[in-house]
Design a protein around this ligand. Sequence first.
Ligand SMILES: NC(=O)c1ccc[n+]([C@@H]2O[C@H](COP(=O)([O-])OP(=O)(O)OC[C@H]3O[C@@H](n4cnc5c(N)ncnc54)[C@H](O)[C@@H]3O)[C@@H](O)[C@H]2O)c1
Ligand SMILES: O=C(O)CCC(=O)CC(=O)O
Length: 373
Amino acid sequence: MEEFTFEQAPARVVFGRGTVRTALAGEIARLRAGRIMVVADADHRALAEAAVQPFVDAVVAWFGEIDEHVPAPVAERVVRHARLNRADTVLAIGGGSTIGTAKIVARDLHLPVVAVPTTYSGSEATPLWSVTHGGRKETGVDPAVRPRAVILDPDLTDRLPRELAVTSGLNAVAHVVEAYWSPGANPIGAALADEAMRSIAAGLRSIGPRGLAAAQTPEHAFTDPVTTWAGTAYTAGEQLLYGAHLAGMTFAATSTGLHHTICHVLGGAFHLPSAALHAVVLPHVLALNAPAVPATADRIARALGAPEAVSGLRGLAASVAAPRTLTQIGLPLRSLEEAVDRVTMALPVDNPRPVGKPEVRAVLTAAYGEDAA
Ligand SMILES: NC(=O)c1ccc[n+]([C@@H]2O[C@H](COP(=O)([O-])OP(=O)(O)OC[C@H]3O[C@@H](n4cnc5c(N)ncnc54)[C@H](O)[C@@H]3O)[C@@H](O)[C@H]2O)c1
Ligand SMILES: O=C(O)CCC(=O)CC(=O)O
């Protein structure tokens, strides 16, 4: 076996139903969190207020201005708010945008973050941060922003509306796919990726037309020994949250390629919903790259439980009625040339095959589907 490096910043992860009530206070105490600033959007304020009750006297500030892709003025305000209130720790309760907002405080003021994710973004497992300056999404890596304690409570993610559960699950699939072929790929990351992909795919297949709440009943629970732990069956929501966290871990240990670059550039420039963007773009980047990395494509197919990677991913996305075109998620066809130019300007990227403007155009045109015909 060739030499390889695998690095993860230290973090404690607590997984289980109800752990936002039963375990969060313990993690706060263990970290000696001191003065706490809570970051949560308006939709998660009540949940966050209930969660902090056991340590409410330590909460010195709230920040609720969350905007996807973390606009620079919001990043400045959250840091100022933490500084003014002399916060020692940031507690983020919400999706990738909320955790991403908290991460900027960690980046700039070196405060620890405690994360309670409510989507499958996997951001709670990564040292990646981003800030968008006037339509240009800047991303960076800083081990200090990786949350030091993480509460994975499937009761929270099971509340996701069906559409967001689907696209967020496919966002996690995108982390896994790029982790397999990134230059930093290594055997430990690939083992995490295999388990992440199996788990997410199993969870997605069970969502069905009625969403996660309907997939929690015992008849939906997984008893396949490959995907259960110590004989305990997992529900679809549990499979998804567990898999999404592993996806974040494996993605964290590698680097971003063409797929994530496209999503960052377009997400920031056109303020598109990040998870839906991943869901639409991923099959086309996989179709571009799979012939260049046949062994990796076979491994992706095996993890998906499909005979072939590209059709396997397309089948999975179709089975959950994922959005299929850029038009569907808010990028009109008239923006194609601007989108191609913006992504091309972000090249070069680490990618299994060389990418120039023609490849970018091919991927984005394909992502418009029948709308580009
Ligand atoms: N740093 C990383 O490693 C990383 C990884 C993935 C995504 N991201 C970033 O995170 C952002 C996107 O995050 P996201 O896809 O999680 O979406 P989000 O955090 O923007 O949330 C989308 C919407 O869903 C709502 N929501 C969240 N959880 C919910 C729940 N349980 N029930 C009902 N509604 C809920 C939110 O209030 C919001 O309105 C993007 O900026 C993306 O780049 C970062
Ligand atoms: O927005 C960030 O913090 C970086 C995002 C990232 O690399 C993962 C994603 O877009 O899903």
